[in-house]
Ligand binder design. Sequence first.
Ligand code: FE2
Length: 417
Amino acid sequence: MTSSASATAPPPITDAPQAPRPGPVAGGLIEAFLVVRGETERRAAPLSPEDQVIQSMPDASPAKWHRAHTTWFFEQFVLGEHCRGYTPFHPDYAFLFNSYYVSAGPRHTRGERGLITRPGAADITAYRRHVDAAMVEFLGRADAATLEAVAPLVEVGLNHEQQHQELMLTDILHAFAQNPTAPAYDPSWSFPAPAHAGEGWINLPEGIHTVGHAGDGYHFDNERPAHRALVGPVRLARNLVTNAEWLAFMDGGGYETATLWLMDGFATATREGWQAPGHWYKVEGQWRIMTLGGLRAVDPNAPVCHVSYYEADAFARWSGKHLPTEMEWEVAARGHQLNDAFGVVWQWTRSAYSPYPGYRAIEGSLGEYNGKFMVNQLVLRGSSLATPAGHSRVTYRNFFYPHHRWQFTGLRLAEYD
Ligand SMILES: [Fe+2]
């Protein structure tokens, strides 16, 4: 990197993006691009420059970093590789805002992102505007062959940015949860109302089902190839596990009973002092939960949230039940039988995050996007309250390490004869 990120004057900023009468393909791409880019800024709007610097743990990233990294993604993989004559906004930014793409060059240490006070939030706003304008201009004048080549990259970039939109909220919530004054990201925020219609259990008889993504619509490479899987007989809980059920687990000594837990899980729970889900605090004898709306009473009817795989697994064992596999979840969700499959909490499955049969990562740098993480993590299905609109799919495979619990993660149970 160069010697001083702060001393180098940024290139002049162009005005707000204006589409130069593009054709329908470019027009659609530009519109989608501006909608997603705008949503990131909408989510960042309640955050002060100070809020945007903080990194409350190595797994979380500063909001400013999310805004910059998603911008770097377009600069690196679209403009840098396909827009002749494009000059990066700043020579340090590729180093600062590359996340884990080894093939895209050296990068800053992940756990030290919160030490970067410069460039500041306003510099990142300028960076975003610069790249937005360059992208709109580039797409607007691209010929058909260029558009065909870059459209999939733009789509990946937009879906990537939507993933970071979710992380922006979970990461700032974790940061605010460290603050004794429990600031609210959005004082008017409320937890989604859970659905409770229908019978308690969904019966899936034994059958061979096609799972994974088979259509032409957008998907990540880890959702393919579609393939056949034997599922059932199994019953899946129609509803998510609630806080009331979790409180019963806690009252029943769930967190203290080693025999309910995986060995790694109990070691983690002991080391971390877990006695309740993440972001739960006991205030004057009452459990409260830190939310995007600040510190709130735990609603017994709401789905439990911020639990790790280890906790979900222990809860299932305590219940005499199981966690479903991702295939069982997908078959039930395809049948529209699950309440709150999407938009409330990601649901842990007991499936290891591993490649589907015949999976190959996509060619080039973006092959690093998913494939290299396919070990030691567990699959979560559905989506959460923080997932942006249009980003959920029945084949979507989210993945986290089993101790992670700062995302909006919960569970539903399975049972077998
Ligand atoms: Fe990323």
